[in-house]
Structure formats: C-alpha cells, structure tokens
Design a protein. Structure first.
Length: 324
C-alpha cells in the first residue's frame, strides 16, 4: 500500500513538472548586463578629381566666362580623417621668379583644390615631390611628371565659383580676381616637401599648390603628392540629468531629461536601450527629454550619445535605472 502511494505521488509530481514553466532571472538587454550601443560608422574623407563648380568658356576663343577658379580636386574632409592625392603641377605654377613685381603664380599651371571641412579641426597640409606621378593633363595618357619639384602652397578660406580668372594670381596675399577667397597663409622652402598646421572652423577652403622653381629655363611639369589630415577640435560634451545619473523606480517606465554641454553645438542625443536606438532632438540650446519604457526588474542600462551640428558622434555615456 505504501509503495502504491509513493508511486502515485511521483507520477503526480512528474505531471505537474511537465506542465510547469521554469523561470530564470533574465540577463538580456536592460537587465543586469549592460549592452553597448552599436558603433557608428567611422568618419571618412572623399577625394574627387573634379571641379565642384565646372567652368564655362567662350566656344570660339576658349576664354573663361564663368566658374571662377578651375579646381582640379574636391576634398570632403570629416574630423579625424585624411585624404591623399597626387598628380603633376607646373614647376613655376606657384611662383615664377622671372615675373617682376608682386610674387605671382601661373593660374593654369598651378593645381587648385576645393576643400570642404565638415567640422572644426586642426588640419595638417603636406605637399611633397613624387616620382612617377601620372599627369592628368599630359598629351599622352599615362605620361608622368618630373621629380624635381620645389613645392609650395597657399591656403584661402572660401571657394571661388563665379566670374572668370586671370593668367596669374598673387601667391602671398589676396587674389584680386577671386573676390570670394580670403588669404590665410602660405608655405614655401627650397626642399622636397612643405607642411603646415592650421586650426580651422568647418567650412569651405581653397588650397593652391605648385612649384617654386628658381630656374630661368622652362621645366616640364613636376610630380607631387599631397595629403590633408584632420584632428577634431570638438570636445566630448558633459551630460547632466534631472534627478541624478542613477535612478530608482518601481514602474516600467521613467521620464528622463537633462542638459547637454556645449550649448548650441549639440543638436540631438541618441538613446539606446533594449537593443533599440532613437534620436531625441535638443530643444533650445541644451535641453532634452525622453521616456524610457519596458524597464526590466533589476538593473537597466541606457546609453546616451550626443551628436553635434556637424554630425560628429561622441562617445556614449551610461545612465542606470534600477527597477524594484
């Protein structure tokens, strides 16, 4: 009789367990295990061998009618990126010692670069001679420039995309026929390379490079390699939260608000929770607010990432919510 009762009890227990659901405290997103937000794609630079504002010419004489500077390159440079390009340029393109009066370069022989800087950065510009650089303007395809360049360059703010141009340009100051350009500086020496750093705001810039040969005998076009690299001047902004950085609640949702540093510079914050990201706009110059839902019992981690008006995505910052 006892054996029968014991067997019946075990059978009943097995039937109960078979229909039961075993519960193990969760360790997924938002509960005890912080999950990092997805990393944004790294910023990039683009190099386009073209004029951003193509020029127009007189169909008979070929004289320039409109389009301003004849740019050979367009560079889009984001923060913390670099761009490299090469070709051939005039040996006297940047400076011709044979021309009397104001130091002048030859407009068509020099190489003009349109730079679009995406955010405030410290920009390093380097131009060096380069052997076997292909000359895009050569009569025969694939022909290369010489290897005797004495490089130099001038940097201007702005792009010049209207009106005509002239045969020469002032390489150490303002260019009279390019009224949209403002002189920022120049670099020259008698070596194989020139380099300089500039702290620049986001915007449009013009770089003109070429040779500064001292020879009085005409020389062929010379090979060059140029690079532009940027280091962001933007600082990671501080975030302040109404009620503190760590919150405790008994509810499944929580209103979250605060302010972001660098007023006027940060336009939005990315909120990442439970594997989802949403964008919250900054109101006024620094205030933001949102609602965090689907809070799990225990520890919930919310990642908040500031985004600047230039599109710079800063490091995510962690906010913790404990639901009891």
């Amino acid at each position: 009789m006892r054996a029968l009762r014991s067997c019946s009890f075990r059978s009943a227990a097995r039937r109960v367990l078979a229909g039961a659901v075993l519960f193990i405290p969760g360790t997924g997103p938002g509960h005890n295990t912080p999950v990092n937000p997805p990393k944004p794609p790294p910023p990039t630079a683009t190099v386009v061998p073209a004029d951003p504002v193509p020029n127009t010419e007189d169909p008979v004489s070929g004289a320039p009618l409109d389009g301003g500077v004849r740019y050979s390159w367009t560079i889009n440079l984001a923060a913390n990126t670099s761009a490299t390009f090469e070709g051939a340029t005039g040996a006297w393109g940047w400076d011709d010692d044979g021309l009397s009066g104001t130091p002048l370069g030859h407009t068509e022989a020099a190489t003009w670069v349109a730079l679009n800087l995406k955010s405030p950065s410290r920009v390093r510009i380097r131009v060096a001679r380069k052997a076997d650089a292909v000359d895009a303007l050569a009569v025969f395809p694939g022909e290369t420039g010489g290897n005797n360049l004495l490089p130099a360059f001038t940097l201007f703010s702005g792009w010049d995309g209207d009106g005509g141009d002239e045969a020469t340009f002032h390489n150490r100051g303002e260019v009279s026929w390019a009224e949209d350009l403002t002189y920022l500086g120049h670099v020259e020496n008698s070596g194989e390379a020139v380099e300089a750093d500039y702290e620049l705001e986001a915007g449009l810039y013009t770089l003109v490079l070429g040779g500064a040969s001292t020879s009085l005998v005409p020389e062929p076009r010379q090979g060059y390699e140029a690079s532009l690299s940027s280091v962001s001047l933007e600082k990671n902004p501080k975030l302040s939260y109404k009620g503190g950085k760590n919150r405790v609640t008994t509810r499944p949702a929580l209103k979250l608000s605060g302010r972001v540093g660098l007023p006027g510079e940060i336009t939005s914050v990315r909120i990442y929770h439970h594997g989802k990201t949403r964008l919250v706009r900054v109101k006024g110059s620094s205030a933001w607010a949102t609602k965090i839902t689907a809070l799990s019992f225990g520890k919930n981690t919310v990642w908040i990432t500031p985004v600047s008006k230039y599109g710079t995505v800063f490091r995510p910052q962690k906010f913790t919510v404990i639901r009891k």
